[in-house]
Design a protein around this ligand. Structure first.
Ligand code: C2E
Ligand code: CA
Ligand code: CA
Length: 869
């Protein structure tokens, strides 16, 4: 024995025509630790191994094409090894056409091709186990022993066949005729064996449609086995659900179909439920709720299935979403299930498995129908309350085992998910009323809310306010910094607005950079003004952008009140809009309440805008010059060019009114260049006529500073007018000179390179950090009039003036004080070391003619008296 089996299993032989079969068999043998494996594609090739004297201990031999030759080979193989070895025969489907040699007794077991690894492995293991049990016998005993082995195997199958709890049948593949059935089959079906054997198997899985049968046949051909679900008929005319497994097997040398019928058990019921839900989940049905209802009805043969949904934002009166009714369609429809629904919608499950009709909580209609099984299942919902219910009824009682219960819950959960999805979709439609960027209500939703707020205020005799909010110079931010930054600004504004009001107030994105607010239950106007002030301040806080950028944004607000200003939504909004424009006209970054006349001034403003476009062309623009004096000598050292618009009807219009307008429309760029040219020309002339190299201050708008050619423009103007660049001082406002202008520092340095000076205008009003000022290339700092005005009044502002002076001097900057109106201002500033002064105390802005006179007067007095009037 040891020589044969050693540590390994010895040598194995494969004779198979199909390469794939050979590969499968080789792997199986290899796994069983055979020392040598010989593979032949036919008998003649296999004989070569025998001729070489190779001893074979196990063989897979195919009996397909040349069955007789294979039988002869097996006999020769057994003779050569001189003892009994296991040979597993391989047959094809359909097969079994044995030639003259008859059934080969040398084969100990059978396989069907195409060979499946699992089958081959099982056959091999069985064969090897038997080899251990039965020691090799002398070759003389071969045929007798082989016959005995075949009988033993057949007996063992018979035992298993009859003892099985499953229903088993052997079927002839070609005809479908039943060759044999086991006792369980006879017992369960109720038919006598005599009626079964010889009859057509297709009568016992009658729910399989014809086209499926062909599929099954094809699958058996290629894979040797098929599983399916079917209904199995009983002799009494009933049926029961079964799982059917069909396999090709070899019986007495012939390929047969081996049928196993297993009644669908507890687990299978759950599997059936899952299968039905998977069907639903494939999403082929347009109505998921309908598919769930149908699936449930099929699953356990319910006669009534109702899917009810509790609508959102409504009384908890559920509505029927889908229904299945096998009987009494009209009568069942009249049932309200009131008592049951009360429990179920409260989150409680009701299952009455038998004699349900006797329960008091069952609807009278169902009671009358004598339904045995009735159930009410709560459906989904994350909260305690159910968002729907499933009502089920069946004529027959139902044993509610754990699998049925689990299946019911699965269906209820699927329906819950569907209901949640419906709600989400409904909300999604509502999303159409929200601005996707900020998440705020959009104009549509705002209008709707405003109308209901007005109605509410009307009923309660209350006051409400509408606030129109506009981001100042948003277009400039968007254009110069890009839309991504623009979006950031809008999101920030939305957030700041939201946090400035009560949660019951409405904040909406009305359009673009316009936001609207509804403030309800207003007691007095002052409360709203305070909120408006709070919003303006909240907006001023510099905005930190992700890439380290810091942005100052301001807003202008317009307010209108119901019922004082208007009684309807449209007019209220319009008035808030008008008030907002008047806030813009007043220099932005503030709020205005609507006043009746401001509608008129709003119209004027629009008309003005049109006229401003023509002003430059019509020669209506003027430049006035306000002298600046040395704080110690009080002598004139320079002047600031200040723009005026001499309107033919309205007279002299202040830049505080029309410069913002010019900036909004972009007109400031051409107007600014015109001012620069005009002022440089005058300064050059005064220089020539009076021999005075007066410094000329010209204001630059932020919009001009964004112009990439600004330096070139200035250089051209200087060249053309002949003014010494050192005489030109460009004033840049502090509040906007923050990091919002690309290449600002480069531009300013470019101007300085030309020889011009830079003044930081309106100092103290912006948000610039000290560090920023340090890096800012300024030659001069102009203290804003707001601080100068409070000298002698506000010690805090005096402190600011002092601090500005010392800081500027530390940075080697000269300081100019603006708006010096009184002797007190003058004295304070001179004592604190301010360098230069500008204000009405010395002189108002003068027309060219007046400035000419001023200079002539000074020349007459030889400069000794200065310019003080
Ligand atoms: P700004 O640059 O601060 O100009 C100084 C303003 O203070 C001028 O107002 C001037 O008339 C006023 N002012 C001078 N002394 C006193 C005083 O003692 N008391 C008071 N209360 N005010 C005084 P104006 O001329 O109305 O100009 C207003 C603003 O318009 C300027 O403020 C400037 O920002 C802008 N602006 C004027 N001209 C131009 C221009 O050509 N281009 C640009 N971009 N802006 C200009
Ligand atoms: Ca200025
Ligand atoms: Ca100023």
């Amino acid at each position: 024995m040891s020589t044969v089996f050693g540590e390994g299993q010895g040598a194995a032989l494969i004779v198979a025509s199909d390469r794939n079969d050979r590969r499968v068999l080789f792997d199986v043998l290899d796994q069983q630790a055979f020392d040598e494996i010989y593979s032949a594609k036919d008998v003649s090739q296999a004989r070569e191994f025998l001729d070489q004297g190779i001893r074979i201990d196990f063989a897979f031999v195919e009996f397909v094409e040349e069955a007789d030759a294979a039988v002869a080979f097996c006999n020769d193989l057994l003779a050569a090894v001189q003892h009994r070895i296991p040979i597993v025969g391989i047959v094809a489907t359909p097969g079994g056409n044995w030639g003259s040699a008859g059934l080969p007794t040398c084969v100990t077991d059978w396989l069907v091709c195409p060979v499946r690894p699992g089958d081959a492995q099982a056959r091999l293991k069985t064969a090897l186990a038997e080899r251990e049990e039965a020691p090799p016998r002398p070759p003389t005993a071969v045929s007798a022993a082989a016959a005995a082995a075949v009988a033993a195997v057949a007996d063992r199958y018979r035992f298993a066949f009859d003892g099985s709890l499953d229903e088993l049948a052997l079927v002839e593949p070609a005809s479908g005729r039943i060759l044999d059935v086991n006792d369980t089959f006879v017992h369960r079906s109720g038919y006598p064996r005599a009626r079964l054997v010889g009859s057509d198997i297709n009568g016992f899985d009658f729910l399989v449609p014809a086209e499926r049968r062909q599929e099954i046949a094809a699958q058996l051909e290629s894979e040797s086995s098929v599983q399916m679900r079917a209904r199995k008929p009983r002799a009494d005319g009933g049926w029961y659900a079964v799982d059917v497994s069909i396999r090709n097997a070899v019986h007495e040398g012939r390929v047969v179909q081996f049928y196993t019928f297993r009644e669908i058990g507890e687990l299978s019921r759950l599997q059936a439920a899952i299968a039905a839900l998977l069907e639903v989940g494939r999403g082929e049905s347009r109505d998921t709720a309908e598919a769930i209802v149908q699936g449930m009805a099929q699953w356990l043969g319910f006669d009534l299935v109702l899917a009810l949904e509790v609508p959102v934002d409504a009384a908890p009166e559920p509505s029927q979403v889908a229904a299945f009714r096998r009987f009494d369609v009209d009568a069942d429809a009249g049932a309200t299930h009131e008592a049951m629904l009360r429990q179920v919608l409260g989150g409680e499950e009701v299952i009455l498995p038998a004699q349900a009709w006797s329960s008091p909580i069952v609807d009278p209609v169902l009671r009358e129908r004598r339904y045995e099984f009735i159930a009410g299942l709560p459906v989904g919902g994350e909260r305690e309350e159910s968002i729907g219910a499933l009502i089920l009824a069946r004529r027959d009682a139902l044993a509610v085992d754990p699998s049925v219960q689990a299946g019911l819950h699965l269906f209820a959960r699927a329906l819950g998910a569907e209901f949640e999805l419906r709600r989400a979709r409904a909300q999604g439609r509502a999303e159409g009323l929200r601005d996707p960027l900020t998440g705020l209500p959009n104009r549509l939703l705002f209008n709707d809310r405003l109308n209901s707020a007005i109605a509410e205020a009307h009923r309660g005799g209350e006051m409400l306010a509408v606030v129109f909010v506009d981001v100042d110079r948003f277009k400039t931010i968007n254009d110069s910094l890009g839309h991504a930054v623009g979006d950031q600004v809008l999101i920030a504004v939305a957030r700041r607005l939201r946090s400035s009001v009560r949660s019951t107030d409405t904040v909406a994105r009305y359009a673009g950079d316009e936001f609207t607010l509804i403030l309800r239950h207003i007691v007095q106007r002052e409360d709203v003004l305070r909120i408006a002030e709070k919003i303006v301040r909240a907006m001023e806080v510099p905005l930190q952008l992700p890439d380290g950028l810091e942005l100052s944004i301001t807003t202008s607000l317009g307010l209108s009140f119901y019922p004082d200003d208007a009684a309807d939504a449209e007019r209220l909004l319009k008035q808030a809009d008008v008030a907002m424009y008047s806030a813009k006209g007043m220099g932005r970054n503030n709020f205005q309440a609507y006043v009746a006349v401001s509608e008129e001034s709003h119209r004027q403003r629009l008309a003005l805008e049109a006229k401003l476009r023509q002003a430059e062309r019509n020669g209506e623009l003027r430049v006035f010059y306000q002298p600046q004096v040395d704080a110690r000598s009080e002598d004139i050292i320079g002047m600031e060019a200040l723009l005026r618009w001499e309107h033919p009807e309205l007279g002299m219009i202040s830049p505080g009114f029309f410069v913002p307008l010019a900036e909004e429309t972009g007109l400031i760029i051409s107007i600014g260049e015109w001012v620069l040219r005009a002022a440089c020309k005058e300064a050059r002339r005064w220089c020539q006529e009076h021999g005075l190299a007066l410094r000329l201050g010209v204001n630059l708008s932020p919009l001009q500073l964004r112009q990439p050619h600004l330096v070139r423009t200035v250089a051209t103007v200087l060249r053309e007018t002949g003014l010494d660049p050192h005489q030109l001082d460009l004033e840049v406002t502090e509040s906007i000179s923050a990091k919002t202008i690309p290449n600002l520092i480069e531009t300013l340095n470019g101007l300085r390179d030309l020889g011009c000076g830079i003044s930081l205008d309106d100092f103290g009003t912006g948000q610039s950090s000290l560090d920023y000022i340090r890096r800012f290339p300024a030659d001069r700092i102009k203290i804003d009039q707001a601080f100068v005005r409070n000298i002698g009044l506000d010690p805090d502002d005096e402190a600011i003036v002092r601090a500005t002076l010392s800081m500027a001097h530390d940075l080697n900057c000269k300081v100019v004080a603006e708006g010096v109106e009184t002797e007190q201002h003058f004295e304070f500033l001179r004592e604190e070391g301010c360098d230069e002064l500008q204000g009405f105390l010395f002189c108002r802005p003068l027309s060219v003619a007046s400035f000419d006179n001023l200079l002539k007067e000074r020349a007459r007095q030889l400069g000794t008296l200065g310019v003080r009037a």
